[in-house]
Write a protein that binds this ligand. Structure first.
Ligand code: BTN
Length: 327
């Protein structure tokens, strides 16, 4: 079934909710025969969609398949352009290099690269990022904000707020943000964000926003070395989470907050970030490439810098660091 056609069908089924959608109506709207509709419905069922047929009335979508099918993500989108172009592969080494290549080739803002499994997923500070098949959301989004390069680091915080709100809406669980952009639930990491930039000397060409979310992992799905520090949304919310729905929700907030930051500035996003933060007010150890700083995390600035009050009273700012809590 062509992606576009599937998208049109799923969009109508989703919009109809619990009301049966008549096969004749869909056939008329899409200008194909009722038999063709019936075949497409059967194909959706084979893909894992649970669809009830009510005689003489039509079809009801009872349960969507929990996959990252671009047609399904698009049918759930509430954005003006984010996610309207989707590059989907079942397996990629990492979504980041693919998104970089697409951005260099001129891909539009909001282009999404997403896959079911990454064989060489990467995290911040050259770390490896475990990306098991069918369990998480492994995605990169291309942003093209019209801002000078010094305004780029704040997008990491914009992304953290967008993902936190998306998770909260879809799972009912409120994550905490550990500066700059790890999302934790009950102190365990469920999401990491890796922001990379393509730029001219002073102008951002593209930001590649890599987002990795542990969604439907069971405890034993995590490798031993991260057991005890990692968690999934399913483990924390106590229910399976629809990955396409969460992807669409995050794109909604990413579109909204990135535009807001460019047009109105950082103030509102900063407030939201602070309301999710589990770093501010804590005694922390910040390990940067050059230093280890120990003190109280006092504020983030309008540039996204974390200010730390050292034990001697001196205030230092860090742009990027690994943060841990200090007793
Ligand atoms: C971190 O916490 O260290 C950041 C992890 C970022 C992981 C995501 S998954 C999608 C995208 N592709 C990658 O290879 N990495 C990012």
């Amino acid at each position: 079934m062509s992606g576009n056609f599937k998208y049109e069908l799923l969009k109508r089924l989703q919009a109809a909710g619990n009301e049966p959608l008549s096969g004749q109506q869909i056939a008329d709207e899409l200008n194909i025969s009722r038999t063709a509709i019936w075949k497409h419905i059967n194909q959706l069922k084979e893909e894992g969609y649970e669809i009830e047929t009510i005689r003489k009335k039509g079809y009801i979508l009872k349960q969507a398949a929990n996959n990252l099918d671009p047609a399904k993500i698009k049918a759930l989108l509430e954005t003006t352009h984010f996610g309207h172009t989707i590059f989907y592969e079942e397996v990629l080494d990492s979504t980041q290099p693919t998104a970089h290549r697409l951005a260099q080739e001129g891909a539009k803002e909001g282009t999404l690269v997403i896959c079911e499994e990454q064989t060489a997923g990467r995290g911040r500070m050259m770390r490896e990022w475990q990306s098991q098949k069918g369990k998480g959301i492994w995605m990169s989004v291309i942003l093209r904000p019209d801002v000078p390069t010094h305004k780029a680091p704040q997008f990491t915080l914009v992304a953290a707020v967008a993902v936190a709100r998306g998770i909260e809406d879809v799972t009912g669980v409120r994550p905490a943000i550990k500066w700059p952009n790890d999302l934790l639930i009950n102190g365990l990491k469920c999401t990491g964000i890796l922001t990379e930039m393509q730029s001219e000397p002073d102008l951002v060409n593209a930001l590649i926003m890599g987002i990795g979310i542990n969604v439907n992992h069971e405890q034993q799905d995590f490798p031993e070395e991260i057991q005890g520090i990692a968690t999934s949304l399913k483990l924390q919310a106590g229910k399976e989470i629809d990955r396409a729905e969460l992807t669409a929700r995050i794109l909604f907030y990413l579109e909204r907050y990135s535009a807001e930051y460019v047009i109105e500035g950082f103030e509102n996003i900063k407030k939201q970030w602070e309301s999710y933060s589990c770093t501010l007010g804590q005694r922390i150890k910040a390990t940067t490439l050059r230093d280890v700083l120990i003190g109280e995390a006092v504020e983030i600035t309008d540039d996204g810098v974390l200010k730390i009050k050292l034990d001697n009273g001196e205030i230092k700012g860090v742009y990027s660091a690994d943060i841990s809590l200090e007793p």
